[in-house]
Ligand binder design. Structure first.
Ligand code: HAM
Length: 418
């Protein structure tokens, strides 16, 4: 850096993604996307800026207070989108010709002015998968199964658990055993696992609640004394998901979720030890689309961020590059340099990722670069290869070299051959 030049720091809560990391993130997104498509979901996308009005009275106070909002040059109050659900609902409410149910997914960035901490940033990626236009328990079950299937494919299926609940059920329990004070009970349940037991008791006291009843709700014991059709609904989701995959899943009355718009079923996924935060979360929101002027459209879905899953995959040693067919082309001389264009084209046509030397460097420097970039194989080209129409493949870890035809290259990735 020249004297007087100043380094400009990255904003707090924002991340830079260098290739070694972004390649792995790309695989995460690919798994999310492939699984959504296997479940019959279609991709959608929305804008990065929305009018603030879209969030008023829908997402809740917490998100409203976390928005990156400002006035644009026309004096309009707008915000960077903090979540996708309101946009998705707006998209549905503004078109009458959509074939229901819609099964939509999207992977995009969202912005929330939160306190940056492990698993929480001010800018993050989130997969959203939603089924809009069905009130069936089958839609809830498919949504939960989809989330479980993504986690299984990422290799963490055994390490996580799913927790499901219903606000309708919880409200009925509160109405019967606590009377009113829904907000207070929600507040305590939402913080339950973060609080020490004596702090819980203090909070229960200050809210004027009965300790035994709140404990019975938090532990789920109260369900045994209760009969409600929403409980049957939860049980049928449990049965469906358990027969679909062997993921661990249970009813947990403490799952209330922070967003205001959920109308019934809600769920989250956590690592079994709860070392981290919720990996994903979602539920049913049957009223927003109508509130936005659309037809009554019951909907259910979830949001799955890139940050908590990254922590869990790192802990499990799974945050690493997948092997792919890729080679680096080393040019020995000017003939090799000429010839490398044809070879690159033919290899790329075969679906192999080809990186080609673009520097004025000798062979050993080119090989150094290939090794540093982690290429398993280099393809070495010179006058000899150009004349015969062959390639020389060097295994970068063993140093072994062999000359072959371009078509024979596929063999190097077959087990036991190189
Ligand atoms: P949410 O619980 O606010 O729900 O977020 C869902 C997931 O997004 C979280 O579990 C987490 O993985 C990720 N996430 C949220 N905030 C952050 C942050 N600041 N940094 C990193 N990751 C974050 C929703 O957003 C709902 N709109 C989900 C939904 C879709 N419900 C129905 N359909």
């Amino acid at each position: 850096m020249r004297k007087g030049n100043k380094m400009i720091e990255r904003l707090r809560g924002f991340r830079d993604f260098y290739p070694e990391d972004q390649e792995i993130r790309r695989n995460l997104f690919r798994t999310m996307e492939e699984t959504c498509r296997e479940f019959g979901f279609k991709e959608v996308d929305g804008p990065s800026l929305e009018s603030i009005e879209l969030y008023a009275h829908k997402s809740g106070e917490e998100i409203m207070s976390q928005m990156f909002s400002f006035k644009d040059k026309g004096g309009r109050d707008i915000t960077l989108v903090p979540e996708f659900t309101p946009t998705l609902s707006r998209m549905v409410s503004s078109r009458k010709d959509l074939v229901k149910p819609m099964k939509w997914y999207s992977i995009a960035k969202y912005w929330r002015y939160e306190e940056p901490q492990s698993g929480r940033f001010r800018e993050f990626y989130q997969l959203n998968a939603d089924i809009l236009g069905s009130e069936s328990v089958l839609a809830d079950s498919e949504i939960v199964s989809l989330s479980a299937e993504i986690l299984r494919k990422l290799g963490v299926g055994e390490k996580i658990k799913l927790k499901i609940n219903s606000r309708i059920l919880l409200d009925a329990i509160i109405d019967k055993f606590v009377n009113e004070k829904r907000r207070e009970v929600y507040y305590i349940l939402d913080r339950w696992n973060k609080l020490e037991s004596n702090n819980r008791d203090d909070l229960i006291n200050t809210q004027g609640l009965d300790k035994n009843i709140i404990n019975a709700i938090a532990s789920g014991r109260i369900i045994k004394e209760f009969d409600h059709k929403e409980l049957d609904r939860l049980n049928s989701i449990l049965d469906y998901v358990k027969s679909y995959s062997n993921v661990s899943i249970d009813v947990d009355l403490k799952i209330v979720r922070g967003l205001d718009y959920y109308t019934g079923f809600v769920f989250e996924s956590w690592d079994k030890e709860e070392k981290f935060r919720a990996i994903l979360g979602g539920g049913r929101y049957d009223n927003i689309i109508e509130q936005l002027g659309g037809e009554h459209t019951p909907a259910v879905g979830f949001g799955f961020g890139d940050a908590v899953i990254e922590n869990i995959m790192k802990m499990e040693g799974l945050w690493k590059l997948e092997k792919e067919k890729s080679v680096f082309i080393v040019q020995i001389d000017t003939t090799g340099r000429e010839y490398s264009k044809d070879v690159a084209r033919r290899l790329r046509d075969k679906g192999i990722n080809v990186d080609l030397n673009v520097m004025d460097r000798g062979i050993s420097k080119q090989l150094d670069y290939a090794a540093k970039m982690g290429y398993e194989f280099s393809v070495i080209l010179g006058e000899n290869e150009a004349k015969k129409g062959t390639i020389t493949v060097k295994n970068m870890s063993t140093g072994e070299q062999s000359e072959m035809s371009i078509d024979e290259i596929e063999n190097i990735w077959k087990p036991n051959i190189n």
